[in-house]
Design a protein around this ligand. Structure first.
Ligand SMILES: [Zn+2]
Length: 160
């Protein structure tokens, strides 16, 4: 595990102390804001995901964690948060997309649907990092399809 750390001063976030390891996780002292998440993606060119530990039994809240993406040959920088660890489920708060892609991927919906079925959450957010500040959080839902979303990310209930 590389020795890179997250830098916080007076609760303000200053990024990483060194190069960002791909496919890694960092415990956070607080949640990162959508703007902080988008800034990381603009700076490092990969996706980031914010997770929150929820105790699987008592439902107590644990720590926030930041997950870093993996630079794939296709250059999507996709991030994949684990479903949980030990006695903690990981709630998916939001993750960034490179550029202005505001539509959840099939993987995003699949992963959220699994968490929905486990009773962890009913919706999640994505942040198109290429859009202007302030960053926008686009909400998506379990058991939906790509075609249920407008290009701007807005969900429209399809006729079934
Ligand atoms: Zn995504």
């Amino acid at each position: 595990m590389p020795d890179t750390k997250l830098i916080f001063h007076d609760n303000k976030f200053f990024g990483f102390s060194g190069s960002v390891p791909y496919d890694a996780e960092f415990k956070l002292p607080r949640a990162l804001t959508p703007d902080e998440m988008a800034e990381l993606t603009r700076k490092y060119g990969i996706e980031f995901q914010l997770g929150l530990e929820i105790h699987y039994k008592t439902k107590h809240i644990g720590s926030y964690w930041l997950f870093t993406g993996l630079l794939t040959p296709s250059g999507t920088g996709a991030v994949a948060m684990p479903v949980g660890r030990n006695e903690w489920d990981l709630k998916d708060i939001y993750h960034t997309h490179l550029g202005d892609s505001a539509v959840p991927s099939e993987e995003d919906i699949k992963s959220l649907t699994w968490r929905f079925e486990q009773g962890i959450q009913t919706e999640a957010g994505l942040i198109p990092a290429g859009e202007p500040i302030p960053a926008r959080v686009v909400i998506y839902y379990p058991n939906t399809h790509l075609k249920d979303y407008m290009p701007n990310g807005k969900y429209h209930q399809p006729r079934r």
